[in-house]
Design a binder for this molecule. Structure first.
Ligand SMILES: C[S@@+](CC[C@H](N)C(=O)[O-])C[C@H]1O[C@@H](n2cnc3c(N)ncnc32)[C@H](O)[C@@H]1O
Length: 386
């Protein structure tokens, strides 16, 4: 058995001798045998996001075969912007719903690899490659599915610096070694690449009795990271500070599981983490979004702080300035030299804190009456990954 298969928890704060980690086989059994379709889930942790889905994404979802779509176990909408021509990796792709959705959005010149450890899930995913290639009008598939572990991408044959974007939907929580997952993701991303992923987070570190409960773990609750630990792990691995896109509360809706969980609260949250070269000097600046990204012809909703309206001058913090200049977004913006005072007509000053507590964001969203910090956008074409 390889080291990563032993299921040791490098993030276990207690280092307790009695820790009986839920094993890879337990998770494979849950997703390969116990669950046959979305409706078999025992809680609502893995469900469709509450936020409104933009029309072009709804269309892409409608074109996914129902047999695949009915075996979706994600907890968010993993559709970053600016996708044409990109090479994407989906960590824990399951039966492939997001892979098939994104296959349409990267287009024939792009490519998407779905990776999962569970044979039964991959069987469903692979069965529909021909169907979707034909449906999308592609001359050959822009998809492949690989069996492997998200903690061991090298062993799965994935090369370093080879992906523009990594997505993942409700999977990292199932890993016994989140540090390894982030390290591997960092390794296979190109410079300027992005990890854009939805997952479940807890309101504080979870105790052992929750973390070792097989059903809670399988339902994506027991292995949830405390959101502040994601921030710490991202920094350790070398990613830019996680930028929160959106969050929604998990209500569980199962009396038995709720009583085991006590006062611990959970959210589904979508974060974006970038791999930015360390040598980059970071300085805030003024930027103008050009409106050429597919689906974002009026505005680009980058995260819960920043919505870039087309042709509007916006001041951005030093982290975001370096992300925009060093990623696939560089060609979508005009950068203006740093100005102490934003020119007239510019929008609000950058927010003071980059890091946002997702539980607080949800409270704020409730008070202003929105279900999501990000909303919809629509139409236009540009190629983002070359
Ligand atoms: C909650 S499901 C989500 C599946 C898919 N992302 C979706 O949205 O439908 C979790 C998936 O992650 C896979 N998985 C869990 N841990 C994994 C690991 N360490 N390596 C590879 N795949 C893993 C499981 O096999 C399962 O298919």
């Amino acid at each position: 058995m390889a080291d990563f298969e032993k299921g040791t928890r490098s993030e276990c704060a207690n280092d307790c001798a009695s820790c009986e980690p839920v094993s890879y086989d337990d998770v494979k059994d849950y997703y390969g045998k116990k669950l046959q379709k979305t409706a078999d889930l025992k809680s609502n942790a893995c469900i469709a996001p509450a936020q409104p889905i933009p029309a072009y994404i709804r269309k892409a979802l409608t074109d996914v075969h129902p047999y695949v779509a009915n075996r979706y176990y994600g907890c968010g909408l993993v559709v970053p912007e600016c996708l044409e021509g990109c090479r994407i990796l989906d960590l824990g792709c399951g039966s492939g719903r997001d892979v098939y959705m994104l296959s349409q959005l990267v287009g024939e010149k792009g490519h998407i690899t779905g990776l999962d450890m569970t044979e039964e899930q991959l069987e469903v995913a692979r069965k529909y490659i021909g169907h979707h290639t034909e449906k999308f009008g592609f001359s050959k598939p822009n998809i492949d599915f690989v069996q492997g572990y998200i903690e061991a991408l090298k062993e799965a044959g994935l090369k370093e610096n080879s992906f523009d974007i990594i997505i993942s939907n409700c999977v990292v929580n199932l890993s016994p070694d989140k540090t390894k997952v982030l390290r591997e993701a960092f390794r296979v991303l190109k410079d300027g690449g992005e990890l854009y992923f939805s997952d479940i987070y807890s309101s504080s570190r979870l105790p052992e009795e929750i973390r070792t409960h097989k059903v809670l773990w399988g339902e994506c609750l027991g292995g949830a990271l405390w959101w502040e630990d994601l921030v710490r792990l991202a920094e350790e691995v070398g990613f830019s500070p996680p930028r929160l896109v959106t969050a929604s509360i998990i209500t569980v809706d199962n009396k038995e599981l709720e009583s085991l969980l006590g006062d611990y609260k959970f959210v589904s949250a979508t974060y974006r983490l970038f791999k930015i070269p360390k040598t980059t000097t970071k300085k805030g600046c003024l930027v103008v979004y050009d409106g050429n990204i597919t689906g974002c012809d009026k505005s680009l909703e980058f995260d819960c702080h920043y919505v870039f309206k087309v042709n509007e001058v916006r001041e951005v913090d030093a982290e975001l300035a370096s992300i925009l200049k060093n990623s696939r977004f560089a060609e979508e913006f005009t950068f203006q030299p740093d100005a102490q005072t934003p020119p007239s007509g510019s929008c609000c000053a950058p927010p003071k804190a980059i890091l946002v507590n997702p539980f607080e964001l949800i409270e704020q969203m409730k008070s202003v009456g929105t279900t999501s910090a990000t909303g919809g956008c629509c139409a236009a074409q540009t190629s983002c990954c070359k």
